[in-house]
Design a binder for this molecule. Structure first.
Ligand code: NAP
Length: 290
C-alpha cells in the first residue's frame, strides 16, 4: 500500500514521519517545498504536484488549511483528480466545514474516486507516535479497506457513518479546545494579577474534577510564556469561523462560540496568529497592560 500526503505542514509532516517509521511507502507534496525536506531525509518521495501524488498512491491523505485549500489540491489542473486511478481513495484529515465536505465528496465520487473524511484530535507530538484520535465518515466499505492505515495513524479510530458527521463532531471538539485555552488563560491571568503564583492555581485545579489534559500539560508552558506552535492560533481562529458558519447553517445559537471567535480574531489581528493557540494567554495578558 502506497500512501500519499498532500500538505506537510505541522500535522501532515508528523503523520508522514510516523507512516514511514512503521514501514509504509510515502509520497508527499507541499506547496512550499521546504516543508518536505525532513520527510525526504526520512525516506519519503517528494513529487511536484498533488497530481503526481495521486498517480503514485493508493490512499491520498490531504492535510491542508481549509475547504478552499482542499478544493485547490483536489480539483486544480495539477490536482489529485488529474492523477486519479481506479481503486484510489482521498481521505481528508484537514478540519473543514461539514457542508463543504459534502460538496467535495460528491464532486470526487462522480469521478469514480473514493472519498472519506478523517479529521483527527491531537497534534504533531502524538501524531509522530501514531497516537491521534481519528473520526471517519463516508462509505463503510471504503473505511474498512483502509482501516489498517487509520489504526496505525491513531490509537483510537471511530467510524461515524455518513459524510459530514466526522467534521461536525470535530468542530464540536475544537470548540472545547478554544474555550479551555481561554478559561485557563483568564484563570492564570487573574491569579497573576491578584499577586499569586499561577502554579498554585494549577496545582489545585489539577487536584479536582475540573482538571483537563490541557490544565495538566500545556498550561505549564502557558505560565512559562512558551508558545512553540503545535497548532497555530490562526488555525484555531479559522476553525472558530467554521464553527460559527456551521452553527448558522443549522440554526444553532452558540453565544460563547461567537465571543470566542472575536477574541481569537482580535488576537490574530494583533499579531499573535503564528504562535501556538495557547498563546491566546499572551494576548489576554496584554489587555491588562492598558
Ligand atoms: N496541528 C494540529 O494539531 C492539528 C490537529 C488536528 C487538525 N488540524 C488541521 O489540519 C490542517 C493542517 O494543520 P497544520 O497544523 O498542519 O497547519 P499548517 O502547519 O498551517 O499547514 C497548513 C498546510 O496547508 C497548506 N495550504 C494552505 N493553503 C493551501 C492552498 N491554497 N493550496 C495548497 N496547500 C495549502 C500549507 O501549505 P504551505 O506550507 O505551502 O503554506 C500547509 O501544508 C488544518 O485544517 C488544521 O486545522 C491540525
Amino acid at each position: 500500500m502506497k500512501i500519499g500526503i498532500v500538505g506537510t505542514g505541522i500535522l501532515g509532516e508528523a503523520v508522514g514521519l510516523h507512516l514511514l517509521d512503521v514501514g509504509y511507502e510515502v509520497v508527499v507534496f507541499n506547496r512550499t517545498k521546504q516543508k518536505t525536506e525532513n520527510l525526504k531525509k526520512n525516506g519519503a518521495t517528494v513529487v511536484k504536484s498533488p497530481k503526481h501524488v495521486a498517480e503514485n498512491s493508493d490512499l491520498v491523505i490531504t492535510v491542508v488549511k481549509d475547504g478552499d485549500a482542499l478544493n485547490d489540491v483536489i480539483f486544480s489542473d495539477s490536482g489529485i483528480i488529474a492523477g486519479r486511478h481506479d481503486g484510489m481513495c482521498i481521505a481528508d484529515m484537514s478540519t473543514v466545514n461539514p457542508n463543504s465536505t459534502k460538496e467535495i465528496s460528491e464532486k470526487v465520487t462522480i469521478t469514480g474516486t473514493d472519498y472519506l473524511e478523517i479529521p483527527v484530535m491531537g497534534g504533531p507530538n502524538v501524531a509522530i507516535d501514531g497516537r491521534l484520535v481519528l473520526m471517519a465518515s463516508g462509505e463503510k466499505r471504503i473505511f474498512e479497506k483502509f482501516k489498517k492505515v487509520f489504526d496505525s495513524i491513531a490509537e483510537q479510530t471511530f467510524y461515524l457513518g455518513n459524510t459530514g458527521t466526522a467534521h461536525s463532531i470535530k468542530l464540536a471538539m475544537n470548540l472545547q479546545i478554544s474555550m479551555l485555552a481561554l478559561s485557563l488563560s483568564e484563570g492564570i491571568t487573574l491569579t497573576k494579577k491578584a499577586g499569586y503564583d499561577p502554579e498554585i492555581f494549577l496545582k489545585i485545579l489539577n487536584s479536582t474534577y475540573f482538571k483537563t489534559g490541557m490544565s495538566e500539560g500545556k498550561a505549564y508552558k502557558m505560565i512559562k510564556e512558551s508558545y512553540e506552535p503545535t497548532f497555530t492560533l490562526a488555525n484555531l481562529k479559522k476553525d472558530l469561523d467554521t464553527i460559527n458558519d456551521t452553527a448558522d447553517s443549522c440554526n444553532a445559537e452558540l453565544p460563547m462560540a461567537k465571543l470566542a471567535r472575536k477574541v481569537y480574531a482580535d488576537a490574530k489581528d494583533a499579531g499573535f496568529g503564528d504562535i501556538d493557540y495557547t498563546g491566546i494567554i499572551a494576548y489576554i495578558a496584554k489587555l491588562s497592560e492598558k
